[in-house]
Design a protein. Structure first.
Length: 331
């Protein structure tokens, strides 16, 4: 659960990194020496010189007059993001090694714990793969790679929470839970919503509806219409669904209501099973998430509202995993 909390923290920092366009500020991956930020003026100038070779600087920040002080701000968030990632790896790997050597890991859990550790390593590799797309190819990182990076983080979060709940059940003499029916459906529809949300973030599609507090033209409408103008259908539906910011924003806001409908059913099933706490957690999370999503649109993607939207999305996943675990079949 502690490592899951750290994953929530890195999701928040990752959201800030994306929204401040900080992701490509560090142009190299240095697993050991990269722990320390530049400490001298010469080191800062060298990092800034490397960043000035990126498309983001050449096409956007350079013409805007970026200074070294401004560069240090975006460098800070990317450095914190990478430092926290290293910390999460150690926070999981060191206790795992200790309990392994002490023979304290229950039978059947070693493969799962190793898989979670491997997911952490995969997440780091996916992060660098994502950053590389913004260093050499475009002014921003690939939204497909960003969705992969975030998706692995959220899948890891779900795995951590599920495993923690299984271990907690084991400590009470209960059997493990296996994902079934309604829980699987809830996680599937929520997972698709989170992937679409990552596409929206990567394509900067949050402003596709326009802005303005409490403007019906921004929400529930988009640009004053139910279906927004500007969707590029020339490549067919699937290409538009993967790359068009207007269509993805439209899908993100309306698929959310299907997710809500499924989660309401989950909540009712949990209440019927006398698991009121899990039901309240799920309802609170999706209610807050909807309000934050609307506020994000109204505000024109305000940094802190958008970051909270991403954080609550991760909390919604964790609470849904909790509910699905309760509804699962004991094996």
């Amino acid at each position: 659960m502690f490592v899951a909390a750290l994953v929530l923290a890195i999701v928040v920092v990752g959201g800030i990194t994306r929204l401040t366009e900080s992701g490509v500020s560090i142009t190299e991956w240095k697993p050991v020496s990269g722990v320390l930020p530049p400490l001298t003026e010469a080191q800062w100038q060298a990092e800034f010189a490397a960043y000035r070779q990126t498309p983001q600087y050449i096409e956007i920040n350079g013409p805007a007059g970026m200074t070294l002080a401004t560069y240090k701000f975006i460098f800070f968030w990317e450095w914190v993001h990478r430092l926290l990632a290293r910390g999460i790896g150690l926070a999981f790997a060191l206790p795992l090694a200790w309990f392994w050597l002490k023979g304290r890991i229950p039978p059947g859990y070693k493969p799962r714990l190793l898989a979670l550790l491997a997911l952490g390593g995969l997440q780091g590799a996916a992060g660098w793969w994502m950053v590389k797309s913004g260093i050499s190819h475009d002014v921003k990182v690939s939204h497909l790679r960003l969705a992969t990076h975030l998706g692995i983080a959220l899948f890891t979060l779900g795995g951590l929470v599920w495993t923690a709940l299984d271990l907690r059940a084991l400590s009470r003499g209960q059997r493990r839970s296996r994902l079934t029916g309604l829980g699987a459906l809830a996680l599937a529809v929520l997972a698709l919503q989170l992937v679409i949300g990552a596409f929206v973030a990567g394509l900067r599609a949050g402003t596709a509806a326009g802005g303005g507090w409490f403007s019906p033209d921004a929400w529930p409408l988009m640009q004053g219409r139910l279906i927004p103008a500007g969707i590029d259908w020339s490549g067919g539906f699937w290409r538009a669904a993967m790359h068009d910011p207007f269509l993805l924003h439209f899908l993100h806001r309306w698929w959310a209501w299907l997710v809500v409908a499924v989660l309401v059913v989950v909540g009712r099933r949990l209440r019927a099973a006398n698991e009121r706490s899990a039901s309240i957690a799920i309802h609170s999370a999706f209610g807050t998430q909807i309000l934050l999503g609307i506020a994000t649109v109204y505000s024109g993607v305000s940094l802190w509202i958008a970051v909270l939207h991403q954080l609550v999305g991760a909390l919604l996943l964790a609470s849904t995993v909790w509910g699905a675990h309760i509804l699962g079949r004991r094996v």
